[in-house]
Design a protein around this ligand. Structure first.
Ligand code: FES
Length: 139
């Protein structure tokens, strides 16, 4: 190796060493995409904050869980963090799918299973029961 090449390569390596660790990690960053555990909360459908759930296609995110009133009129609760890189998913009324805005991942709104895109696994599904105007969401 000539001296000129050695100097060029040395500077290139030094440049890599100066890149902040956070930048290098961003390509392989793994976020917590398994969804919250020990979920146990209630939603009062008469509370204005939960009004979205009184309409078919409505949804809201509470405690890391997306609660959906699906096209069929039933309730579904899934982890709100995409299993790909953790972006918050939302419900698309037109397609009746849960979609991830980051890279286009799609999930079944009832089961959480992957329908398309890069997500490696299903969203965690939680149980939803209704008693009058109260929804209970549990692991
Ligand atoms: S983070 Fe959801 S598809 Fe990439």
């Amino acid at each position: 190796m000539e001296r000129k090449d050695f100097i060029k390569r040395s500077f290139a390596l030094c440049g890599l060493a100066l890149i902040p660790a956070g930048v290098m990690e961003s390509c392989s960053k793994k976020s917590n995409t398994s969804g919250p555990s020990n979920v146990n909360f209630t939603l009062d459908l008469t509370n204005a904050a939960n009004n979205a759930l009184n309409t078919i296609g409505g949804s809201l995110v509470v405690n890391g869980v997306i609660v959906i009133k699906t096209a069929g009129g039933s309730f579904s609760a899934l982890s709100a963090a995409c299993t790909h890189e953790g972006c918050e998913v939302n419900y698309n009324t037109g397609s009746s799918m849960v979609v991830c805005p980051c890279h286009g991942g799609t999930f079944n709104a009832t089961t959480g299973s992957v329908l398309g895109g890069p997500p490696p696994s299903a969203l965690t599904k939680y149980t939803v029961t209704q008693s009058g105007n109260i929804l209970t969401v549990k692991s």
